[in-house]
Write a protein that binds this ligand. Structure first.
Ligand SMILES: Nc1ncnc2c1ncn2[C@@H]1O[C@H](COP(=O)(O)OP(=O)(O)O)[C@@H](O)[C@H]1O
Ligand SMILES: [Mg+2]
Length: 270
């Protein structure tokens, strides 16, 4: 396998944060992702929508470096990460913060220890005091100061999201990847999480990639939405372009979701 670095193609622009160039992923003889071409722009929120089995989780795993494409190229910050070795890949992985579905907190650890976890793993040079300051500072920034000693089971759905987000932000990622951030939440909490996703993007100057089933959330947060069907991106654009544009698959997908696009709009940028 060639390990020589590929030089960036001339069409790669400075605001192209993550670029998939003809990315295919197969398991055995089954092509699960089919020649995907996607350009995630710096500091924007991209939302990937699509039904169950479309390939969303597979795509997410490629993005955060948990798996590698079968063919094609994946560029992050102008660097071809497609065939990097393990050491270089670990460096790239730290550019990504992952916010898991249902927050995925460690139930046996309190809030402080959940958030401190990435620092204990990857920032061993920090003093106790520095670690303490970073964790408490982040919890305060996200509006959950005072919950340090609580156990995850004592938190509300919204608070758990904030703790999961605090943990994802500990290593100062450039990209936040959210897997189904609003699934299982009531509408009011979902709106709060949408606000949080966008406030966090502004405050920490990150790029957001969000995998979602929730069309209402997509309309509120997406600068650009991608409809994945059977491993292909069949439509992309603003949610309103997908809802009212030429692409019949996109119109149908949004109509089936039951949202009323004419009553939904993106949250205002700060
Ligand atoms: N490790 C794997 N081995 C074989 N097939 C897989 C593997 N991971 C996913 N698949 C298949 O790829 C397809 C897409 O899965 P997935 O990415 O989980 O879809 P989604 O997240 O959109 O529901 C499914 O048909 C699934 O069975
Ligand atoms: Mg999935």
């Amino acid at each position: 396998m060639g390990k020589e670095p590929t030089s960036p193609p001339p069409w790669l622009k400075p605001d192209d944060h993550i670029v998939l160039d003809g990315v295919t992923k197969s398991f055995g003889n089954t092509e699960v992702l089919k020649r995907l071409d996607i350009r995630f722009k710096r500091h924007e929120t991209a939302v990937i929508i699509g039904g169950s089995g479309a390939g969303k989780t597979t795509l997410l795993r490629l993005l955060i470096g948990l798996d590698t494409p079968t063919s094609g190229h994946l560029w992050v910050d102008g660097e071809d990460i497609t065939r990097l070795g393990e050491v270089a890949m670990n460096r790239v992985r730290q550019k990504f913060g992952m916010v898991f579905q249902y927050a995925a907190l460690l139930d046996s650890l309190n809030v402080f220890e959940n958030v401190a976890f990435p620092l204990r793993e990857h920032r061993k040079q920090l003093t106790r005091r520095q670690l303490d300051d970073r964790v408490r500072g982040m919890l305060a920034t996200l509006g959950i100061a005072g919950k340090e000693e609580h156990m995850p089971s004592e938190l509300s759905g919204g608070q758990r999201k904030r703790v999961g987000l605090a943990r994802a932000l500990m290593l100062e990622p450039e990209v936040l990847v959210y897997d189904e951030p609003t699934s299982g939440l009531d509408p009011e909490t979902s709106r709060m999480v949408d606000d949080l996703i966008e406030e966090t993007r502004e405050r920490f100057n990150v790029t957001n990639v969000v995998i979602s089933h929730d069309m209402a959330s997509c309309f509120r947060i997406a600068h650009r939405a991608y409809l994945l069907l059977e491993g292909r991106v069949v439509a992309e654009g603003t949610p309103h372009e997908l809802a009212f544009g030429e692409n019949a698959s996109a119109r149908e997908f949004i109509a089936k979701s039951g949202v009323a696009p004419e009553r939904l709009r993106r949250l205002v940028d700060a």
